[in-house]
Design a protein around this ligand. Structure first.
Ligand code: ADP
Length: 487
């Protein structure tokens, strides 16, 4: 097909090309489809009847180039509207569009929407018909898509592990997914219409996190259990609704407990062999077992330092496990602050000296505090050691122990890089370490988790803040006096 013919075909797929004798030399793709085979070489008049201008045949069209013609396909009766033009090659082209004025005609013509070209969009009735057809196709597709999406969503909701309840504004169950019916021991038909709070009794949240909720779940049939999940409001066409997502936390807790116990057992088993590796290392390194080369001593010291770290990790894991289980008895005695200050200094001063950090310690004179002194000391030393570790050489760390009749407040402030605000709560999580805290010297990420558990067992609180002058870190732990706790 020549370029000109291809272009014509694009614009007018119903066109017809003839030579100077009105013998057909080619037809557009849609007209070709409509007419079938054996078109080229036949005469124009054989194929098409000229209906307007009246009583015209092909030869009579000679002088009517550019005039609107009404033609009829003799073999099928399809009406065409168009005009003829002379192409630069001398060929004649009759540019046509189907002339359809009713839906009936459209249907019987067998023409598809895809047969039409841009020029055909000018046919009045056809344009409307085409637009209406297109809209109904779009609508059908849309309905199909929405239906498919709905089915996909329903499948997801039904196969979720979590129970899902949809509540109306009064908290009455409107629908329940398959997991919810399993967890609540009743089919959806039995659940719909029940007040959700008769099945899920909210347990006051331990933290402020509205996303993590706990319920005492009382199924319609079957034993009760502790549920955990979340609840939020959504807007629907029928008004606001509440979605409740919940799961059985019993299994989760059992697995967590198993994990903790496993960790504790492994740690216990590691403690003794570790000690028997470390002690001889120290002895050999000190030269007590004979001369050791400088190189060997360095290697032994590295091994000993790593052994020390491992020992620390094992001790921390064991401590954490005991504190979590509540199996570490806390002494509740009154003790002088001066004693705590002295013991804190003994533990922290050597670390500060080795890190070239200036350490200041102060306490309320003559003050006293209440609680387990060794455990409170553990908190002070952990906070102090962290502060020293994160302070550059030549910087300062201050530790203050302030007591009044409401209790003891421990404050540890440093000159370090501080902790980004969004991570100040997370540093109390087990094994959490702020990435990029470059002076970190192989900590375990457990110190602050342990400190928080110790503080919790004293009914106190611990928080990480920004240093007083807007830089560095300030850690504050409160150990309330027994009177405060009761009050
Ligand atoms: P670690 O053994 O890593 O010190 P911790 O639980 O004591 O574990 O601390 C958790 C993380 O909190 C640390 O790894 C560190 O990233 C960050 N952190 C603790 N104290 C400070 C501090 N004073 N300044 C900056 N970051 C700190």
């Amino acid at each position: 097909m020549s370029d000109a013919a291809a272009t014509l075909d694009l614009v007018s797929p119903f066109h017809l090309r003839c030579d100077a004798q009105w013998t057909v030399t080619g037809v557009g793709r849609s007209l070709a489809k409509h007419l079938g085979v054996g078109v080229v070489g036949r005469s124009f008049d054989e194929l098409l009847e000229v209906r307007r201008p009246a009583r015209a045949d092909a030869r009579a069209l000679e002088r009517k180039a550019g005039q609107i013609l009404l033609l009829r396909v003799r073999s099928t009766g399809l009406d065409l509207r168009g005009e003829w033009v002379t192409l630069p090659s001398g060929e004649r082209a009759v540019l046509c569009s189907p002339w359809v004025t009713s839906e009936e005609q459209w249907r019987s013509s067998g023409i598809e929407l895809t047969d039409l070209g841009p020029q055909d969009a000018a046919g009045d009735y056809l344009v409307l018909l085409t637009a209406a057809r297109q809209q109904s196709i779009d609508l059908e597709r849309l309905v199909e898509e929405v239906g498919a999406k709905e089915r996909r969503l329903a499948a997801i909701v039904d196969n979720m592990r979590e129970g899902l309840l949809l509540l109306d504004e009064e908290g009455v169950i409107e629908s329940a997914n398959r997991s919810a019916t399993r967890l609540l021991g009743a089919p959806e038909s039995e659940l719909v219409g029940l007040a959700a709070n008769s099945l899920l009794e909210a347990v006051p949240a331990a933290g402020e996190d509205a996303e993590a909720l706990e319920w005492e779940v009382r199924p319609v049939h079957g034993p009760g259990f502790r549920g955990r999940g979340t609840s939020y409001e959504i807007r629907t066409m029928k008004g606001p609704r509440r979605v409740v997502l919940f799961r059985d936390a019993t299994e989760e807790e059992r697995l967590l407990q198993m994990q903790r116990e496993f960790l504790a057992i492994v740690s216990h088993e590691l403690r003794t062999p570790l000690a028997s590796i470390q002690a001889p290392l120290g002895l050999v390194a000190s030269g007590a077992m004979g001369d050791v080369s400088e190189e060997a001593r360095e290697m032994l010291e590295i091994a000993s330092r790593n052994g020390q770290r491992l020992r620390q990790l094992v001790d921390d894991v064991i401590d954490l496990e005991r504190l979590q289980k509540g199996s570490l008895p806390m002494e509740r005695v009154e003790f002088p602050l001066a004693e705590l200050l002295e013991r804190s200094r003994d533990a922290l001063q050597p670390i500060a000296e080795s890190e070239a950090v200036e350490l200041t310690l102060e306490s309320t004179p003559e003050g006293s505090a209440h609680g387990d002194q060794s455990r409170i000391l553990q908190v002070v030393v952990n906070l102090g050691a962290n502060a020293i570790k994160h302070t550059p050489q030549g910087g300062c760390v201050s530790v203050s122990l302030l007591a009044d009749d409401r209790g003891l407040v421990v404050e540890v402030e440093d000159d370090g890089p501080g902790i980004p605000e969004e991570l100040r709560e997370r540093v109390f999580e087990r094994f959490f370490q702020v990435s990029g805290s470059d002076r970190r010297q192989g900590g375990t990420g457990l110190g602050l988790a342990i400190s928080r558990l110790i503080v919790d067992q004293h009914d106190g609180s611990i928080e990480a803040l920004e240093g007083a002058d807007g830089s560095g870190s300030l850690f504050r732990a409160r150990f309330p006096s027994p009177m405060e706790v009761k009050g």
